[in-house]
Structure formats: C-alpha cells, structure tokens
Design a protein around this ligand. Structure first.
Ligand SMILES: NC(=O)c1ccc[n+]([C@@H]2O[C@H](COP(=O)([O-])OP(=O)(O)OC[C@H]3O[C@@H](n4cnc5c(N)ncnc54)[C@H](OP(=O)(O)O)[C@@H]3O)[C@@H](O)[C@H]2O)c1
Length: 334
C-alpha cells in the first residue's frame, strides 16, 4: 500500500473543535485486525453530528469519522477475511469509538465486516450505507413482521416520515416495491415530485402532523416508518389502524414522546424500535442480500451526489439544518 494517504481527522482541544483533510500513514490506524482500501463512504445524519462536535459519541481525539464504508481487504489477521475480499462495514460504532471510513485506508475488527454481495457495487453499497440497511430493517418490520411473523392482515397503506432523508427516501422506495401505498411526510413542498418519483402515492406536510396529539384519532395507516420522533411520532401513533407496526428509528424532530397507552391497548398498535448499529452479522447478511431485489438503483442514483472528503466538510452543516435531499456518498479516490 502507498506510504501516506488522505483521511479526514477531527480533533478537540478544550472548546476548540477542528476538522481537516490530512495526509497520514498506516501507523495512525490503531484499531482492528483487517486493513481495507476504502472505495466509498457516505454521509448519514449521525456522521454530520460527529463532524460538528463529536456528538459525545467520540471518546478519544484525534479521530477519523465515517460510520460506513465499502472496499477491498488489503491485509487481514482475521480468519474470516483474506486479501482481495470485498467488504461492507456499517455501524458497530465504527466512526464513533473506532476509526471510520473517511480515510483512503481503514483498519477495523473483522467481526464488524460482512462480505459484499456480488450483485452490489461498492458505490451501490454506500448509496445505501447505514441509511439503507436501516430502511431495509424498517420496511421488513412494518410490512413483513406483521404479515409473516405476527400472521396479520395485509399491510397496504403506510406512512413514512422524514421521507426525503436518507432512511426515509429508501424506506419509501422499498415499501412501494413491496406493494404498499406509501404516504410520504415531508417538511419541504419542493420534495413532492422527487418523492412521487421514488414511489410515494401521496404526500403529507410535516406540519399537519405537528399538533397536539389526541389519545386516539381516525385510523388511517396500517403501519409507519418514523425517522423523526418527537411530536410527529406522537401524532402518528393515534392514526395507526388495528395491529399496525410503527418502526421508530430517528429523532431529528426530538427525543420526547408524548403519547398514551390507548393506541397500544385499544388497537394493539406496536411501537418497534430499530437499532442498526448492533444488528447481528447474520441479519446484516440477510438484509444486504435482499437489497438488489428491492432497490431501484438507477432511480436512486439520480438523487445521489458523489463528493470528496474536502466537499464533505462543506456539506455536512446543511444536513444538520435539514436542508439536504437524497444521499451524499464520499468517493475516497476523488
Ligand atoms: N436507529 C438507528 O439504527 C438509526 C439508523 C440510521 C439513522 N437513524 C436516525 O434516523 C434519522 C434519519 O437519519 P437520516 O440519515 O435519514 O437523516 P437525514 O438524511 O438528515 O433525514 C432526516 C429527515 O428528517 C426530516 N427532518 C429533519 N429535521 C426535522 C425536524 N426538525 N422536524 C421534522 N422533520 C425533520 C427531513 O425530511 P423532510 O425534508 O422530508 O421533512 C430530513 O431529510 C436520524 O435521527 C438518525 O439519527 C437511526
């Protein structure tokens, strides 16, 4: 491998938080037993929080963020991986407590890796990244957990909040592909056409779901994927029909949940928490293996912007302001 390579390093000295693209060498990489030449990484909401100030997730500085990456094994001391294996890494606290993928080379614990399915490219794997893996988990929960695991009725009408975001937009696409009528909830009217193009049947404004919630309201949806939490989730629960599942995944609009037991004990609604960070390798392999069947990559790629590490530094603050649409992937060779 080349002697020196490029990485995005964040650092903290007292109140002073810095982030810059630097040249480092292999001795800087301190964790793990598998060295990977990174092809692509991605920008998730959590990455943007870490790039801002470490988000209390990073415990030691200097640090290399980037919670996801795809690439090729260069050296391995792990029995499950060998040179030239093509891998995907998402979550597992990589980019938080361990060095992550905003680097041309990354070293991680091989137990965190899964082999990339042959029918996905490195780029497609990162177009999905944690957002895609999480959206797959949410869609399987909302639709298939009720229909197949709980042997419930068909799930037809579903709601996705934060629909133009990374998780939301991919969840819209998957649920639509699984045959659901998807209502996309978005705060920006300018996203309507895009959301329809990826499979949303109808659009609702976030503000329509940002009022004082009633304990129970008219049952409208068979299930929901909620990426924003807060008052919006409080308003979603009373509108879920009997036995519907709400996959709760994010907190962009707040962590507090103002609800009552009524949706749960009168309608049997289930609030199903999603954690993509600690998902088992077996489950990851299954979900990644389903991706190429459920994702329309040519369509998704229209909303993907490919950026460099340097461009990433300019873009992450706009994500925190809720002003980004679609996915940003980081090309480590750009
Ligand atoms: N549990 C897990 O394992 C897991 C995994 C991945 C992500 N997450 C969480 O899921 C959430 C979404 O992640 P992401 O990567 O998709 O982020 P993202 O791309 O920034 O999408 C979030 C979307 O939520 C909406 N939004 C943002 N701020 C809002 C606000 N104040 N009120 C209402 N809506 C707001 C926006 O959609 P519109 O413009 O359409 O309104 C935005 O595009 C984040 O909270 C993230 O931390 C959790």
């Amino acid at each position: 491998m080349s002697e020196s390579f490029k990485a995005l390093i964040v650092n903290q000295h007292g109140e002073n938080f810095t982030r810059e693209v630097k040249s480092i060498d292999k001795t800087f990489l301190k964790h793990g037993d598998v060295l990977v030449k990174v092809a692509y990484s991605t920008l998730n909401y959590k990455d943007a929080l870490i790039l801002k100030n470490g988000a209390r997730l990073v415990k030691e500085f200097p640090h290399i963020p980037g919670i996801d990456f795809s690439g090729t094994v260069v050296e391995s001391e792990n029995k499950n991986f060998k040179k030239d294996d093509e891998i995907i890494c998402t979550g597992r606290r990589v980019g938080e407590i361990y060095f992550g993928g905003y680097s041309q080379f990354a070293k991680v614990n091989g137990d965190f890796l899964i082999k990339k399915p042959k029918d996905l490219t490195f780029k497609q794997a990162m177009i999905l990244g944690t957002a895609g893996l999480t959206a797959l988990q949410c869609a399987f929960t909302t639709k298939l957990a009720r229909e197949e695991l709980l042997l419930g009725e068909k799930v037809e009408n579903v709601l996705v909040t934060g629909a133009s975001g990374g998780v939301g937009s991919i969840a819209v696409m998957i649920l639509s592909k699984l045959g659901c009528n998807v209502t996309a909830v978005t705060s920006k009217e300018s996203n309507n056409e895009y959301l329809k193009s990826i499979g949303a049947k109808s659009i609702t404004k976030s503000s329509d779901l940002d009022k004082d919630p009633r304990p129970l309201d008219k049952g409208i949806w068979d299930g929901a994927v909620d990426t924003v939490g807060g008052n919006i989730l409080s308003n979603v629960l009373p509108h879920i029909k009997e036995n519907g599942i709400v996959a709760a995944v994010g907190n962009a609009s707040g962590i507090k949940l103002n609800t009552t037991v009524m949706p749960f004990i009168i309608r049997g609604v289930k609030l199903w928490g999603i954690d993509s960070v600690h998902t088992s390798s077996k489950r990851r392999e299954f979900l990644w293996g389903e991706a190429s069947k459920l994702i329309n990559f040519p369509l998704l790629e229209k909303s993907v912007k490919e950026i460099s590490l340097e461009e990433l530094l300019k873009i992450f603050p706009t994500m925190l302001e809720g002003k980004t649409t679609g996915r940003y992937i980081v090309n480590l060779n750009k």
